[in-house]
Write a protein of this length. Structure first.
Lengths: 265, 329
């Protein structure tokens, strides 16, 4: 407790909420409110309606949502595989080699997403790899962008792992592959699911690289939100954004459930 | 450490195991980046490599404006996020109130959403037909409200500060949870005013986390695209937006590659700085204090962060930051 006078504490808290509410709570609430609004010219939205959601159900939104979910699933799976593999391999390396691997796998964080998109466009529009205009190039871009986070969480989890388990397993004669599958992977499972949730959420909201790459028949939800707001259909955009946030939260909650169950094992 | 303990695999096998992921990364990330660099020195009509594309792009006013705008916006957003994040974290950590923990959790959720949603929300809050202007017209009866700044750099700045503040708050809250409350009590009982305690006891402890958060936000700010795109402001052009418009709207790939190389150089230099600060932080904290492992019981593995992956156990908490996000957006 830093401030001991009750009135000063109350004043500080009031100031806190004056800053916190408009900056953080209001934006999300406003998007939710706008998705039900028929118009918004006064202080509050008017003509409450479900039209925007009905439009979503009819239009291409379902396809876009499915596209986003499929892209995010594929990208998270690929990123998790590559990130976990690299993190496990890094453990056996010397100090120098490990630092190099760290730098390599964290580099995509420092490169602007737009540039990642541009580079894939430049590289895969020419032989030997012609992927421009395919869904795969979008999935590859998302994978590149989220692998760093998978690598980072698994590495952090590995460094917290108690080596006693694997050592005793190995001491009892277990082969390295057996130790990996039956001892280390189960111990890593909670971190892996956490990393999967993070990768999924990031991929669901990815816009910059996607804007550079998306083919017309593979248009993820964020691109559609942009298209809607760009042509002035702000309320439709808000409804789309609610769909995006709800899907992301739903998957995150599901992942959290798997995680607690994995924790009980 | 690990190179000391007896491994079942010899070192060479370990290096072989590291090859497949590195090869995959090379194919989808390093090879494309190398091609961008090559393309940036290749003139449009073919011919030998030359610096002519650079000279051409760097001479244009649009590039120089974009560079200035990008740097100013990133610096402004960093400053704003640091100030706001510091103030909010101080209250959450040291003037506790019911629901404070839930707020910290809420910030985590906030980080899971894409940045452009903030711009969308600001359109409803402060747009020409938003809440703020609506209130004004309702009260005063004026034809339209006074606020019309969303299409200016100020609108982008407000959105970036909003979006990036949680990235500062996460490491700060972790660092604050490590501050020994006994020290605060002693300082207070010796008559130190709260502001003095913040300055002399809390801030020195949190300075590394503050620096790390600031460096991360600076990199994120330089790379931000979604917020600027959604603002729809024609006169706010940052380097990523310039890359996009050159490549997609003008079809000038060489020019886009030149801008991309400049942008990468700028952010990679800053990111290297961030990593250095982070590893200093981890080393410094490990040496100076025996950090109590304060892992969040509900999320023991929430290692979203830019914490140095080489860090040893027990140093995890204070170095976690939300590097998470950079990536999206």
């Amino acid at each position: 407790m830093l401030v001991h006078s009750a009135s000063a504490r109350r004043a500080l808290r009031a100031a806190f909420f004056l800053l916190f509410l408009p900056v953080f709570a209001l934006p999300l609430l406003v998007i939710a409110a706008a998705s039900f609004a028929g118009g918004w010219s006064g202080a509050l939205p008017s003509h409450l309606t479900l039209t925007h959601y009905q439009d979503l159900a009819r239009g291409s939104t379902v396809t876009a949502l499915l596209t986003s979910v499929l892209t995010a699933l594929a990208a998270s799976a690929a990123a998790l595989t590559a990130g976990t593999w690299a993190a496990l391999a890094a453990q056996g390396l010397g100090r120098r080699a490990r630092r190099l691997l760290d730098a390599l796998f964290l580099l995509p964080v420092a490169v602007p997403s737009v540039v990642v998109g541009l580079s894939l466009l430049v590289a895969f529009s020419r032989p030997p790899f012609l992927l421009n205009g395919t869904p795969q190039i979008v999935i590859i871009a998302h994978t590149v962008l989220v692998t760093a986070f998978a690598y980072q969480s698994v590495t952090a989890a590995l460094s917290r792992l108690d080596p006693a388990y694997e050592q005793s397993a190995a001491g009892l004669g277990a082969r390295p592959a057996y130790v990996l599958w039956r001892v280390r992977m189960p111990l890593l499972l909670p971190s892996l699911t956490a990393a999967a949730g993070l990768c999924f959420a990031l991929s669901m909201g990815e816009l910059s690289a996607t804007m550079m790459l998306y083919p017309p028949d593979w248009m993820p939800l964020p691109v559609q939100i942009f298209a809607a707001t760009d042509r002035g259909a702000l309320f439709t955009g808000a409804a789309l954004a609610v769909a995006l946030m709800a899907t992301t939260l739903l998957v995150l909650a599901g992942v959290a459930r798997i995680r607690t169950r994995a924790g009980y094992r | 450490m690990p190179e000391r303990d007896p491994r079942t695999h010899p070192r060479r096998t370990a290096a072989l195991w590291a090859l497949p992921p590195v090869a995959a990364l090379g194919l989808v990330f390093l090879y494309p980046l190398a091609l961008v660099a090559v393309q940036s020195v290749t003139p449009e009509n073919g011919g030998p490599a030359s610096t002519a594309p650079y000279a051409a792009v760097l001479a244009t006013a649009s590039f120089r404006d974009a560079l200035t705008t990008t740097v100013l916006l990133a610096a402004g957003a960093t400053l704003g996020a640091l100030l706001l994040g510091l103030a909010l974290s101080l209250v959450i950590a040291f003037v506790p109130f019911p629901g404070g923990r839930a707020l910290a959790r809420f910030i985590d959720i906030f980080l899971a959403f894409p940045s452009f949603l903030i711009t969308l929300a600001l359109l409803f809050l402060y747009g020409t037909a938003g809440i703020a202007n609506g209130l004004w017209t309702d009260v005063t009866g004026a034809a339209h409200g006074p606020l019309d700044f969303l299409h200016t750099p100020w609108g982008v700045l407000l959105a970036e500060v909003t979006y990036f503040t949680p990235f500062v708050m996460r490491p700060l809250l972790a660092a604050f949870s490590q501050v020994d409350t006994g020290q605060l009590e002693v300082a207070a009982s010796l008559g130190a005013r709260p502001w003095r305690i913040v300055r002399t006891v809390i801030l020195p402890e949190a300075l590394p986390s503050l620096a790390a958060g600031g460096a991360l936000v600076l990199v994120l700010g330089l790379n931000e695209f979604g917020i600027v795109l959604f603002t729809g402001a024609k006169n706010v052009v940052t380097l990523p937006v310039l890359v996009y418009s050159k490549a997609i709207l003008d079809g000038d790939y060489t020019g886009a590659c030149v801008v991309a190389v400049v942008n990468i150089a700028l952010s990679a230099a800053l990111y290297a700085l961030y990593r250095t600060v982070m590893s200093r932080t981890a080393a410094g904290i490990g040496a100076s204090r025996t950090a109590r492992p304060r892992t969040d019981p509900a999320h023991p593995d929430r290692a979203t962060g830019g914490g140095s992956p080489t860090e040893r156990p027990r140093k995890d908490t204070p170095t976690r930051t939300g590097a998470a996000h950079h990536a999206r957006a």
